[in-house]
Design a protein around this ligand. Structure first.
Ligand SMILES: [Mn+2]
Length: 275
């Protein structure tokens, strides 16, 4: 696993700055409510960035599928990419972690919306002094052995080379096939297989000298202590709730977003909560 701790890492937020953390948007190129709310949120962040340093962290599975070998992939997500680009131009800093769906990020997203790629994980420092480790969460589902084997294969260079060489007409078929299999596979998985391994989470925090681990992937939101001062937050899946987390001077809080991008208080499940 690439150690990204140095990539702009551990920089505390400027006093008036804010960060937004989202995961598992699973955008598919259609004008779904989850896509429209995301674009509305980007517009709002763009407006805020004029007066407030604003950072957006996407903890993987922004897109249902991503690679940069075929221009047809980016074309599919044009409305979302245009919204990300507009936010970037307005000053929003955008950080992407690899998901199990969208791990093949490269030059395109850097050029198009200035994305900082954090790959399989990255660290940052909160205003309250805590060091925070971010990752997608698939590597922490250690009971899901079949997926972890598959993961190693699809990310290997021979498979990448194969996809690079493949004409779009054939690649498209493969992608549809992978999506169907993943969906069918998900239904077959046991509860344990889709759970974050708490020991693995704790080891990760110890290895990177962090106290809080934030991830997504399981679509089972959670905010829990791991003991010895360590804490785990599994973000709600945006595709289910249009919710996430926000850090500003007051600390870290769960938020959900109205269709126009207005934030409101939420609980750890991403459900509306009293202010
Ligand atoms: Mn995932």
């Amino acid at each position: 696993m690439a150690d990204q701790t140095q990539a702009g890492a551990l920089a505390p937020l400027p006093p008036n700055g804010r960060r937004v953390f989202l995961a598992d948007l699973h955008l598919d190129g259609a004008d779904t409510p989850r896509a429209k709310t995301f674009r509305a949120l980007l517009k709002r962040l763009a407006a805020e960035a004029a007066s407030t340093p604003t950072e957006l962290y996407i903890l993987g599975d922004l897109f249902e599928y991503w690679e940069e070998y075929h221009r047809q992939v980016a074309a599919l997500y044009e409305a979302d990419l245009a919204a990300l680009e507009a936010a970037h131009k307005a000053g929003v800093k955008i950080f992407l972690l690899s998901g199990n769906r969208d791990f093949a990020y490269g030059k395109y997203v850097k050029r198009r919306f200035g994305a900082t790629l954090l790959g399989d994980g990255g660290a940052l420092r909160f205003g309250d002094g805590r060091n925070v480790w971010l990752e997608h969460g698939d590597l922490l589902c250690t009971a899901d052995r079949r997926y972890l084997r598959y993961r190693a294969i699809v990310r290997s260079w021979p498979v990448k080379l194969l996809f690079w060489l493949m004409p779009w007409s054939i690649a498209k078929g493969f992608i549809g096939d992978i999506r169907q299999r993943t969906a069918a596979d998900k239904k077959k998985k046991s509860a344990k297989e889709v759970e974050i391994d708490r020991d693995a989470a704790r080891s990760r925090l110890e290895a990177h000298s962090c106290q809080l681990l934030m991830c997504g992937h399981t679509h089972r939101p959670l905010a829990d202590d791991l003991g010895a001062g360590f804490r785990l937050i599994v973000l709600p899946a945006w595709c289910d709730t249009c919710a996430g987390y926000r850090e500003k001077a007051g600390g870290l809080m769960a938020v959900r977003f109205e269709p126009d991008g207005t934030p409101g208080p939420a609980d750890a499940q991403g459900k509306p909560a009293p202010a």
